[in-house]
Design a protein around this ligand. Structure first.
Ligand code: DGL
Length: 267
């Protein structure tokens, strides 16, 4: 896509959606379903993915660089469609940009899971960084009287999902290694990383047919509320879908093709 030059930014009426890589495309799918008339500019930092196994300060810097890029493109709102980046950097992003535009983050869907399974045992899959940061530790403590949470740091999983080919034997072997010991011992699973909704089927193959929770739909409703509050909802002609542009810091034809395939496969 050629970018316009001059005063008018290229993506003025777009919502900027960010993830460390392909994961946020699962959230983008929910955003498009909730707000079909909106335009979206998706940016995945696949050149630096995965984030969840990096030092927190590095995650903060990479996240802010990507968010600055989206803002420089003129977006009217920001969705940080990454649990790891939200946990590490949302206070700094809000401080810098929230006066100018809505800033929406994501968090592991442990509340809806606990409400659905009171006093249940809930496995929480997330990156090592997400599980160690305050956002998760505080939330899980607040809800500890409602359910028992079993956090599982899924080292290697987001990086593997970045490569596609989800039905390959090595994916099943990795999931078996991470999750196999919990089969039959938990009531539900929270997908606390936006990469994981792409492998729902593969997770259920290992864990059995138990409910999986993710935060995509809740994030989309939150975005709608914020756009409405600020008078930013786009009123396009009824029934005409907005535009959707997918970009990656790994700017190769193969990577952009993978992004489009990911959006197709989750739709
Ligand atoms: N998709 C991201 C999340 O929701 C993280 C994946 C990564 O480690 O980069 O946590």
């Amino acid at each position: 896509m050629t970018e316009k030059s001059g005063a008018e930014p290229a993506y003025k009426d777009y919502i900027g959606v960010f993830d460390s890589g392909v994961g946020g495309i699962s959230v983008l799918h929910d955003l498009k379903r909730e707000l079909p008339q909106e335009n979206f500019l998706y940016y995945g930092d696949s050149a630096n993915a995965p984030y969840g196994e990096k030092p927190i300060e590095k995650i903060r810097t990479l996240t802010m660089n990507s968010v600055d890029y989206l803002v420089s493109q003129g977006v009217k709102a920001l969705v940080i469609a990454c649990n790891t980046a939200t946990s590490a950097a949302i206070p700094a992003i809000r401080e810098k940009y929230e006066a100018a535009m809505p800033v929406i983050g994501v968090e592991p869907a442990i509340k809806p899971a606990a409400e659905a399974f009171p006093h249940g045992r809930i496995l929480v899959m997330a990156t090592p960084a997400t599980l160690k940061l305050d956002k998760y530790t505080k939330l899980s403590k607040e809800l500890a009287w409602e359910a028992e949470f079993v956090p599982v740091a899924c080292t290697g999983l987001a990086g593997r999902i970045e490569k596609g080919n989800f039905d390959a034997p090595d994916m099943n072997a990795l999931l078996e290694k991470l999750l196999g010991q919990y089969r039959g011992k938990v009531d539900a699973v929270v997908l606390g990383c936006t990469h994981y909704p792409f492998i729902r089927k593969q997770i259920q193959k290992v864990m059995g047919d138990i409910p999986l929770f993710d935060g995509g739909a809740g994030t989309a409703r939150q975005l709608r509320r914020q756009l409405l509050n600020r008078g930013l909802l786009r009123e396009g002609p009824q029934g005409v879908a907005g535009k959707c542009v997918l970009k990656s810091s790994l700017d190769t034809d193969a990577e952009i093709k993978l992004y489009h395939e990911m959006l197709q496969c989750i739709s």
